[in-house]
Design a protein around this ligand. Structure first.
Ligand SMILES: Cc1cc2nc3c(=O)[nH]c(=O)nc-3n(C[C@H](O)[C@H](O)[C@H](O)COP(=O)(O)OP(=O)(O)OC[C@H]3O[C@@H](n4cnc5c(N)ncnc54)[C@H](O)[C@@H]3O)c2cc1C
Length: 338
């Protein structure tokens, strides 16, 4: 059996590693950082199915995950939508999720090397799951932290500001701990002000900024990322890329983590074919790319269109009017985006 080397121990890399180990494939995974750690993420998963988790062998990891059933959306201070989710979203902190996957991978016999940065050199047997492609000119800024003292009444909240959106997600069953995560535009920082509160004020969301400012932030959980863009990534085409390294769906969908798992699920049969000697590496590259396009192209295109609406004033006005008058096909969109 040929071996597989994985670069990147996020959700795509670890879940693929676990799935391959279940078939006896020798797997070495190099991760640039270590575990556990906080990640910029809204920490709810829209769309992933039991079947996908089963095929990857990671269902048990989510046995106690929260199940979110409904969402509320605000445009600035105006509530524009309250709707059930067509399928419950799973909730778990990345601190917990990534570490559980790490333990499962190592227990299954995978070799994990942490604090090891791999190089994107295309070669047979290398899977690139190292996350988003760096784009220095991007103006996007992702920020997240955990807070206590924010009441969500059991809903996932989404707040739309100027060129920005922010999600509030319960991450404990009693709702006492809440994830606040936003996609902002970079701008001048106000010294001495909590960066999330500062970004909310800059985005024309003063009421939400005050609400978040009154809550207690766990400073250790505060994380930020910049230098990324949404959609297809510019990673070298000769690499076998999965998850965010291949394409990034706009975060308002809460579907990026599902896509990371789904991409591992798509790649698994082709990689097994290679390990067993049935497929050449160029055939694997071709098949994996085709199955990722089949699965994600339409979904990501729709999400990028909606992202453009959410971040432009005309688009926001149109979406808001449609939501308030009840003609926004939320359930249809939710199904198409997950
Ligand atoms: C603001 C924001 C909010 C989001 N909220 C949500 C949400 O609520 N729900 C959702 O489903 N998705 C959300 N996402 C998207 C989601 O976080 C990602 O889609 C998901 O983490 C992708 O998983 P991955 O394994 O592809 O990449 P990652 O989880 O990013 O993992 C990549 C790993 O590779 C490592 N690495 C990087 N370079 C190297 C290297 N050279 N060598 C070795 N290792 C390397 C990194 O350290 C990292 O551990 C959000 C994204 C953003 C930006």
């Amino acid at each position: 059996m040929k071996a597989i080397e994985i670069a990147g121990g996020g959700l795509a890399g670890l879940s693929l590693g676990i799935a391959l180990r279940r078939h006896g494939v020798p797997v070495v995974l190099r991760e640039a950082s270590c575990y556990p750690r906080h990640r910029v993420c809204g920490e709810f998963i829209n769309g992933v199915t039991e079947d996908t988790l089963d095929r990857l062998g990671i269902t048990a990891i989510f046995h106690d995950a929260l199940r979110h059933h409904a969402t509320r959306w605000w445009m600035k201070d105006r509530k524009i939508l309250e709707a059930p989710l067509t399928r419950p979203a799973l909730g778990m902190s990345r601190w917990e999720m990534d570490d559980r996957l790490r333990i499962e991978f190592e227990t299954s016999g995978g070799v994990l090397i942490t604090n090891a940065r791999a190089k994107p050199e295309p070669r047979e047997g290398l899977v690139w799951a190292a996350g988003r492609h760096l784009e220095k000119s991007s103006t996007l800024l992702g920020l997240k932290a955990h807070f206590e003292g924010l009441e969500l009444e059991g809903f996932l909240e989404m707040h739309i500001g100027e060129g920005t959106y922010i999600g509030l997600t319960p991450i404990t069953a009693d709702g006492s701990r809440v994830n606040v995560c936003g996609l902002f535009q970079k701008g001048p920082r106000t010294k001495g002000v909590n960066p999330i509160v500062d970004a909310l004020r800059r985005s024309g969301l003063p009421a939400l900024a005050e609400r978040v400012d009154r809550a207690q932030m766990d400073s250790f959980s505060l994380t930020g990322i910049s230098g990324f863009h949404l959609g297809k990534q510019g990673t070298q085409s000769e690499l076998c890329t999965l998850g965010d390294a291949e394409r990034m769906i706009p975060p308002f969908t809460g579907n990026g983590m599902s896509m990371a798992f789904e991409s591992a699920d798509c790649a698994k049969p082709h990689l097994l074919g290679y390990c067993r000697g049935d497929l050449s590496w160029p055939e694997v590259l071709c098949e994996v790319r085709r199955s990722l396009d089949d699965r994600f192209q339409a979904r990501v295109r729709l999400a990028l269109g909606l992202h453009r609406c959410l971040t432009s004033s005309m688009g926001r006005a149109a979406l808001s009017a449609a939501a308030v008058s009840g003609v926004l096909p939320f359930s249809w969109l939710h199904r198409r985006l997950s």
